[in-house]
Write a protein that binds this ligand. Sequence first.
Ligand SMILES: Nc1ncnc2c1ncn2[C@@H]1O[C@H](COP(=O)(O)OP(=O)(O)O)[C@@H](O)[C@H]1O
Ligand SMILES: [Mg+2]
Length: 449
Amino acid sequence: ELEAAGARTPSRSPVRPAVVVTAAAAEVRAGVDDAAWATTLSAAAKALQLSSVPHLLPCREKERGQITAFLRTSLAKGGLGSALYISGMPGTGKTSLVMEIIRTLSAEAEAGTLPAFKFVELNAMKLATPHDAYSQLASELLGVYAAATRAASLLDTHFRTANKQRLATVLLVDELDFLMTRQQTVIYNLFNWPQYANSKLIIVSLANTMDLPERLLPKVASRLSPLRLVFQPYTREQLVTIMAARLTDSKTQATFEEDAVRLAAAKVAGTSGDVRRSLAICRRAVELLQADGGRGKVTPSHVHRASRDLLGSLIVSAVASCRPWEQNLLIAVALQQRATGCHVLSLVEVWERLSSLLSSQSFHKPAHRRAGVTHATSSAASLLTPPSCFSPIPTLAECVSVAASLHRLRLLFLEPVKSTPWPNVRLAIGVSDVATALPDNELAQRVLA
Ligand SMILES: Nc1ncnc2c1ncn2[C@@H]1O[C@H](COP(=O)(O)OP(=O)(O)O)[C@@H](O)[C@H]1O
Ligand SMILES: [Mg+2]
């Protein structure tokens, strides 16, 4: 407008000063615009932070329905025998969704449309030892500070004793994996209490590992809830929805080109499906744009660079620090995926692939160099000299335990299969990541590069 005004009033002021005024005004406006845009970019970065959890989590509608129904039913019948076991990879929204549901139900209880309940959260990862779970629970629930053993017996008495006035307790046991002990007594007791007729205890437990029930002793497993729910990793479409919703909610959707968001989702969907990684890539992309002067939108090229910065280094170091037999299994999974074009593979076919790879390898390289070669200095040589606890060609059972440890490192996923004892396997990283991470591994370079 200023420019137009200057142009329309040549009679009042000579041309030259008008141009000066116009240029100055444009500069001022550009400055104002730049500042506003910088603010918008910062707001976008903030909306992409983990702590900016939306009021209603998108993409978990089905799970929200199931957990809410479980809690409503349990509260209606006063808690007896109520436990829900939820598992899913980290970053699949388990904790956030349960907390959101508790907020909703607490509001209903406050309004009097639902029986009142007491909510207690126990995060096992934050405990010094698993047995401290008793002390913390006794303190939250009974207001008593006691060492673990006494706390356990106080709680046991509490849950055994009938008390009409007592509210139902909803106990969220987060990071359940960390309550694992050799005897598994903490997990056993926790899941045993809701079975007491008077306990009024409702448990929702969250585990990050998929194979926890299989690692439990039969006696303990029998106590773990029959009600189980699995949070699948987010798909690419869901990741796009989640990130787009965060930008729209904060009115900062203009900061990203659509393709940039889609690319950030694709980078992660192909691998872990962990929304925290997509969000981190997007935040880093905003930073890169800001470092470039902060003009314009975040483009796919920013996202590419951000992803290289973040994921590349993480994955490469995780793979590179794996033990030789773990690396071998990763190579076999990667090769099988590339050969078949399938992302979900049966462990049996991977094992067969690994067996044939290893036998061909020793055929190619009959001379073992054993002495003085460490895994760190030569992974190719260590391939030929596996640790003594492993036969050169692992058995299927050994393969399962190696796969389980890779699952815990989030380098691949194991998915139980109903009809067989052998799980399915899915690589959590790209095939090319395996080759990139193992530049000195002869097998990886021979079959994957
Ligand atoms: N559906 C979703 N929508 C928006 N943000 C999500 C969603 N799921 C996860 N997040 C984000 O990812 C973070 C990790 O989720 P969290 O609930 O802690 O996962 P988990 O407990 O499964 O490890 C949350 O803090 C939240 O910011
Ligand atoms: Mg969690």
